[in-house]
Ligand binder design. Structure first.
Ligand SMILES: Nc1ncnc2c1ncn2[C@@H]1O[C@H](COP(=O)(O)OP(=O)(O)OP(=O)(O)O)[C@@H](O)[C@H]1O
Ligand SMILES: Nc1ccn([C@@H]2O[C@H](COP(=O)(O)O)[C@@H](O)[C@H]2O)c(=O)n1
Length: 231
């Protein structure tokens, strides 16, 4: 499978990876909007295929069943950073893919190699079609999906900071349980055989633990602009 993604010569490709709750989505959307780039949330695509499997009676503890069904759903991602969308077989999936059920099952589905092959090809075709450039966020963008990206960022933050951010989104949520769930999902994503969550050797690591979201956005915008100026 070719990993080369051809875009217009002025188009910049930005890969942003990192564990859960490090700020990938918030940062990527804001950076893309600020720089006039498209935006792709690859986690949403893995969530979408997981949601489809759950809705269609697939046993998500069976890699063989998942593999057989992997090519069936039609997943379409809208890449406007000010209003990203995702549909599965024509149905808006943006709400249902964020449920606790999907969150708890997505790592098992995304670990299946057949799923990764299909979703990776989809991601590369979206990046290739983004004529003005794109910010793509996920777990394996810099290492596997777009290894030739112009700039690669790997966001990190302490489990405590990430759990506090996530708990802040849901009133009355249990901080310790949120922290535990984040750690378990990261362990599953980092431990799978096929394109695990990992920092690319040439990625710039940004520890966001002590940074505000605004500071992270400014840091990434500066890195992209420096890269563009140097090119
Ligand atoms: N530097 C920051 N300081 C404080 N809060 C932040 C920071 N970055 C992101 N957040 C908040 O943390 C939460 C998680 O951020 P976000 O969804 O962008 O993370 P993520 O890495 O994309 O997570 P996931 O991989 O689980 O989808 C959001 O509520 C966001 O507003
Ligand atoms: N490039 C990616 C992106 C995501 N995943 C899997 O999807 C899950 C959900 O991701 P969120 O960013 O929406 O939290 C994630 O836990 C991974 O299992 C992936 O494998 N590769």
């Amino acid at each position: 499978m070719s990993t080369a993604v051809e875009t217009a010569s002025s188009a910049v490709i930005v890969a942003i990876d990192g564990p859960s709750g490090t700020g990938k989505s918030s940062t990527s959307k804001a950076v893309a909007a600020k720089l006039g780039l498209s935006y792709l949330d690859t986690g949403a695509q893995y969530r979408a295929i997981t949601w489809w499997m759950l809705n269609n009676g697939i046993d998500v503890t069976s890699p063989a069943e998942i593999a057989t069904a992997a090519a069936k759903p039609v997943i379409i991602s809208g890449t406007d950073p000010t209003g990203p969308t995702i549909t599965v077989d024509g149905e808006d999936a943006s709400g249902p893919i964020r449920t606790q059920e999907v969150t708890s099952k997505v790592s098992a589905v995304s670990a299946v190699p057949e799923v990764r092959t299909i979703i990776t090809e989809l991601q590369r075709s979206i990046a290739a079609g983004a004529e003005g450039g794109i910010v793509v966020e996920g777990r394996d963008i810099g290492t596997t999906v777009l290894p030739d990206a112009d700039i690669k960022i790997f966001l990190t933050a302490s489990p405590e900071a990430r759990a506090a951010r996530r708990s802040g989104e849901v009133k009355g949520s249990d901080l310790a349980a949120t922290r535990e769930a984040l750690i378990l999902r990261d362990a599953a994503d980092s431990g799978r055989k096929t394109s695990p969550l990992a920092k690319a050797d040439d990625a710039v690591e940004v520890d966001t633990t002590e940074l505000t979201l605004q500071q992270v956005i400014e840091c990434v915008v500066t890195l992209v602009e420096e890269k563009r100026t140097a090119a």
